[in-house]
Design a protein around this ligand. Sequence first.
Ligand SMILES: Nc1ncnc2c1ncn2[C@@H]1O[C@H](COP(=O)(O)OP(=O)(O)OP(=O)(O)O)[C@@H](O)[C@H]1O
Length: 413
Amino acid sequence: MKKAKHWAVFITNESRTTDFINEILDGKATKYFDGLKGLQGALFSKIALTKLIDEESRHGDSGLTLNRPQSLQSMSSGEQKKALLRHLLKSKPDYIILDNPFDNLDKQYQTVLREELTNIAKDIILIQIISRKEDLLPFITNFIELVGNSIMELPNLKSITSVNHQKLTGDIPPPIKEVEYNQDNLISLKGINVSYNNRPILNNITWKIDRGQFWELSGENGSGKTTILSMITGENPKGYGQELFLFGQKKGSGESIWDIKKNIGYFTPSMTDKFTGYHSLEHMMISGILDSIGLYVLPTEAQLRLAKEWLQLIGMWHLKNTLFHDLTLGQKRLVMTTRAMIKHPLLLILDEPTAGLDDESAALLVSLVNKMANETQTTIIFVSHREEVGLKPQYKFVLKSSNEGSSGKVVIP
Ligand SMILES: Nc1ncnc2c1ncn2[C@@H]1O[C@H](COP(=O)(O)OP(=O)(O)OP(=O)(O)O)[C@@H](O)[C@H]1O
């Protein structure tokens, strides 16, 4: 077989990546990808997974987990990606579009995936969509840049356009109303155990999270990070009957899920992928103050001012009238992260918030999170597999997987 020609497509927050991917898959891509017309393509991406999970919840099966006891939805992000790749390879595609393939994967599996892709590349054309330059697959030697909707071939890596995102200017805007909370402790897990189908996941986890602290939560794929977060957000029924204290109340002592949720700002990238609201950016920010998705009442002066201050802080005020729907995925993710902060919730949970962001936007987000930690009383839990340069958590809670379930320890960086 003729040696396959692989491509790396560098994207930024402003790239129209979804349109670009669809054009290739629909056989409409011109220029460099003309040769793919009529060939069978496959998409390895978080968006493809989100669609399959939706399918599974509607029809009870996604096609990925056939003959497997566990649903796709209940798998960890890393396990889902592994299942997706296995599934795609079965259909023997001629080419695979890899949309930021290393996002959500721990270091160990990143190495395994790199080796697997190197092998696959002998027979299958790979198109790596890439927003973090460090992720480039070493055997790819053809480079393209996607600027908005246009693609440009790059002679070498040095020719990538450098994007100068606005630096953060000004302070974190204060909330309209401070949350009243008079205790030092926010969340306490004491000797928490969780198993699924007799498989231990968390083993004797003790974690005390106080007001104003900045934590990073880390651990391999499947070590139980999301499971711990679902205990903290009150969603996991396995919290009942255990020593779990959420915002000063023991779990199961008569609190409603709303009592817990109102104290939490939450962002994880899949929230954005599913959200197709036709609201202006300004209204999206204001609805974050009101805990609604859209905005159904006229905003007050104070709300308008606050939305403006936040959009100015992240350099997106000029887009205030743009529909959220029309923003690029990267822009949407930045907006949703900021929106989770606007109320200065007691607890801000950011679950791999930099996934899919370009280097510059990820750096902007990291400085925003550091700033939020320094200037406010909000407690932050930041989950990431990447070592984000410049992130300054005060403490790390590290999960270590084992057959008896993961143990956890506090590390001071
Ligand atoms: N409802 C469930 N039923 C069965 N197993 C589950 C369920 N929920 C989670 N698990 C399993 O528990 C383990 C921990 O999953 P969890 O999502 O908490 O890991 P994680 O650390 O967040 O992983 P990742 O970094 O890949 O997102 C995984 O092996 C997962 O398959």
